[in-house]
Design a protein around this ligand. Structure first.
Ligand code: FAD
Length: 309
């Protein structure tokens, strides 16, 4: 039994989601290999070989693998799939793009978004926006799985000493081509992996008002997040959305400001270690999950908090 983890990276750096995925893979029994598919990605393979618990790193390096086009990435994974009992992706945008193609090509029923490994063939995954946990068992010879990274503590990034092996790159499928990428630039930590997240909701009132969260996030070294209502109203960018249809986060500290605590928002943040809620309505459901609640007007509370910090 050997598990293949598909690395998340940008050809230069290995992303943290890979470490959580390796941690999940380590619980499936057997060896853990990591596949780095990319272009000029040898630094990523070097980083991957240091991950604790990884026994081999496979590097498929070719220009047409550099932009992580799903058709090429899936073909690359399928080309080496026969050697594996489990093929495991982080449940990130790119993992969720490639995994279903791999599952379809292998005629395997994908198991999505697992949060626990009960045994090599049995896994737990949240359903109904996290209101119930399904235990699922797979009889497929090759199990294709995506991992909710917040469900597993990251494997240590150092301490391992895996060998790196080059694998032959598959041919370019020609089915899609890379046109361009617009990446939002920010000095703040990445939302999905941040230790502290400050999120604003509809209560912020406007995009201009949302900026009062900046000094708080600066003081705390936090990433900024938002509810869907705030995003839909144009107060915050789309990629800040936390929740069922946004990002799932589980930071050490989550500060929800002017957010009511709708079930779809809670689905994205309720596993945070400490939750602080600031809301003027003491009946707001967010207080039901908060460790610390402050009933008050955010426009006075937030500046006071910044001053106190
Ligand atoms: P509201 O519910 O309007 O709450 C605003 C809060 O701000 C209130 O509690 C109010 O008391 C407080 N407030 C107002 N003024 C102040 C002030 N001056 N000081 C302090 N507090 C103040 N939502 C998500 O967030 N993420 C998702 O991924 C998501 N996915 C969804 C998927 C589906 C299929 C559906 C149907 C809905 C989804 N939603 C999602 C929407 C969700 O149902 C809620 O509508 C949304 O979360 C509400 O956002 P909010 O809490 O910012 O706004």
């Amino acid at each position: 039994m050997t598990t293949l983890v598909i690395a998340e990276h940008d050809n230069k750096e290995l992303k943290g989601a890979t470490l959580n995925t390796v941690a999940a893979a380590s619980q499936m029994g057997g060896d853990v290999h990591v596949l780095v598919l990319g272009s000029g990605a040898s630094a990523v393979a070097d980083a991957a070989k240091g991950i604790a618990g990884v026994s081999k790193v496979l590097l498929a390096d070719a220009p047409h693998l550099g932009d992580q086009l799903a058709e090429n990435a899936a073909a690359q994974v399928v080309a080496i799939a026969k050697d594996y009992s489990h093929i495991v992706f982080p449940a990130t945008a790119s993992g969720k793009n490639v995994a279903p193609r791999v599952a379809a090509l292998l005629d395997s029923a994908q198991i999505s978004d697992i949060i626990a490994v009960d045994s090599p063939d049995t896994f737990q995954r949240p359903i109904y926006a996290g209101n119930a946990i399904a235990t699922v068992q797979s009889a497929d010879p090759v199990k294709v799985i995506t991992v909710r990274t917040t469900g597993f503590d990251a494997a240590a990034a150092t301490g391992g000493s895996a060998a790196v092996e080059n694998v032959e790159a598959v041919a370019d499928s020609g089915k899609s081509s890379f046109v361009g990428r617009e990446v939002a630039k920010s000095d703040r930590p990445e939302l999905a992996g941040a230790k502290i997240v400050v999120s604003g909701g509809r209560g912020m009132g406007s995009a201009e008002n949302f900026k009062i969260l900046d000094p708080l996030a600066d003081k705390l070294g936090a990433a900024l997040g938002a509810s869907r209502a705030a995003v839909d109203a144009g107060y915050a960018p789309n990629d800040w959305q936390v929740g069922q249809t946004g990002k799932i986060v589980a930071p050490q500290l989550y500060v929800a400001i002017g957010i009511s605590g709708a079930i779809q928002h809670l689905a994205g943040m309720k596993d945070s270690k400490v939750i602080v809620a600031i809301n003027k309505d003491e009946e707001a459901p967010i207080f039901g999950v908060a460790d610390y609640g402050l009933v008050g007007d955010l426009f006075t509370v937030v500046p006071d908090l910044v001053k106190a910090l």
